[in-house]
Design a protein around this ligand. Structure first.
Ligand SMILES: Cc1cc2nc3c(=O)[nH]c(=O)nc-3n(C[C@H](O)[C@H](O)[C@H](O)COP(=O)(O)OP(=O)(O)OC[C@H]3O[C@@H](n4cnc5c(N)ncnc54)[C@H](O)[C@@H]3O)c2cc1C
Length: 371
């Protein structure tokens, strides 16, 4: 039997960010992960640190996302200093481009609503027309009618983030237990026991951050995490000269020169395959946006599964039945890494989630069925 201060289940971006935050706070932490048979969300994402479309109709999510983006520079600097892994963070704003008047009208309405809902917290944005965008984005196609800009957006090398979080977690004394699938546990208030890696781990705190695995795990701990898979496909071009100063929502260029084109939102269950029709759709939209992209070769493509809550907002909870058990689920684990490491983990370390996270409880899904 091995005692520790906290157990985290799930070694993806969410679990590792929280595990790192806990270890940095001085807790002894065991991070249990089933291994490389996951659905690749943490390895197959797009790498945006994105704010401008997050939290329409849910101002608490808009604020949480903004707070996370604000934490990103400190987290990146700290990880880079401690691990020598370059995260490639750029936060100079971002653009979302629209290819029809209808798209632009919807975007305009959405941004206005986000600003209204932000209230005194503020939400600065601009709607730009074709001519203004063309001045910023050489080679812009005539199909682009306009777009939205905010200063809050950015992007990073999310694989480097993942690697750095794991490295920094271990450097802070965290134990990473790989190839261990948790299917059962003994749970009592502030007393959790899990068999993993040939031993029994015992801790007064546990965090369920197993991505899509949380749906089955949560009830064991008196929690609920009704997440579903949502597939996204991404294409990557050969490297080319720097094309744009900032990321463009579904098109972004890495510092090395590759251009990432993404990403679909498909309801296909646990199917991680790629499909030519979706790949064509992604490529066509990219070429309509920048016709010169047609000259570039696609060198890689993949699909991965998002961890999607029913209403698209994160689920954060603390078990009433078994105090000390927490869960974290979201579909924007890159963007929210700053919040998970720097805000959520300290709450778990203190033993209670802040009231600002109350609207993220899965209790919001417990509405009686309409008669
Ligand atoms: C195509 C695509 C594009 C995306 N683009 C962006 C983006 O631009 N910006 C952004 O912010 N986010 C993006 N995301 C989302 C982001 O990648 C995810 O939110 C994040 O990776 C989720 O991390 P996670 O740790 O919750 O889940 P996962 O990465 O799935 O990790 C969960 C881990 O838990 C382990 N596990 C599961 N069950 C168990 C169990 N029973 N016992 C032990 N271990 C278990 C798994 O093996 C896995 O390693 C994108 C996702 C996709 C798919």
């Amino acid at each position: 039997m091995r005692r520790c201060d906290a157990i985290v289940i799930g070694g993806g971006l969410v679990g590792t960010a929280i595990g790192y935050g806990l270890a940095r706070a001085g807790l002894s932490v065991a991070l249990i992960d089933e291994g490389d048979i996951a659905y690749r969300a943490s390895r197959g994402n797009f790498g945006l640190v994105w704010v401008q479309s997050k939290g329409l109709g849910a101002p608490h999510y808009q604020r949480w996302t903004r707070a996370s983006a604000k934490e990103w520079p400190a987290l990146a600097a700290e990880l880079e200093e401690n691990t020598a892994v370059a995260l490639g963070l750029e936060q100079r704003g971002g653009l979302q481009l629209c290819l029809s008047d209808d798209e632009l009208d919807k975007r305009r309405a959405m941004m206005a609503q986000m600003q209204r809902e932000a209230g005194n917290f503020g939400f600065d944005y601009k709607i730009l027309d074709h001519a203004e965008l063309k001045a910023m984005l050489p080679g812009l196609g005539p199909a682009v009618v306009g777009g939205s800009w905010t200063q809050y957006d950015g992007h990073a090398n999310s694989l480097a983030l993942f690697h750095a979080l794991h490295q920094a977690f271990r450097a802070k004394g965290g134990r990473y237990i790989a190839k261990a699938t948790v299917t059962e546990a003994l749970a009592a208030p502030q007393d959790f026991r899990i068999a993993a890696g040939g031993e029994t781990l015992v801790a007064p705190k546990i965090v369920l951050a197993a991505g899509l695995g949380n749906a089955a795990l949560a009830p064991v701990f008196g929690l609920s995490a009704p997440v579903r898979p949502q597939r996204g496909q991404i294409l990557v071009t050969e490297r080319t000269a720097k094309a744009w100063p900032i990321p463009l929502g579904s098109i972004r260029q890495t510092p090395e020169g590759s251009i990432l084109l993404g990403s679909s939102e498909e309801e296909v269950g646990f199917d991680t395959g790629q499909s030519p029709d979706i790949m064509q759709k992604i490529a066509r939209r990219a070429v309509a946006t920048f016709p010169w992209l047609a000259e570039l070769q696609i060198v890689r493509a993949w699909a991965a599964l998002r961890v999607m809550p029913p209403d698209g907002l994160p689920i954060y909870d603390e078990s009433r039945r078994f105090p000390g058990a927490f869960t974290a689920n979201c579909h924007s684990g890159v963007t929210l890494a700053g919040a998970h490491a720097n805000l959520f983990a300290p709450m778990v370390a203190r033993g209670a989630l802040d009231p600002q996270l109350a609207p993220f409880s899965a209790a919001r899904f417990d509405v009686p069925a309409a008669r």
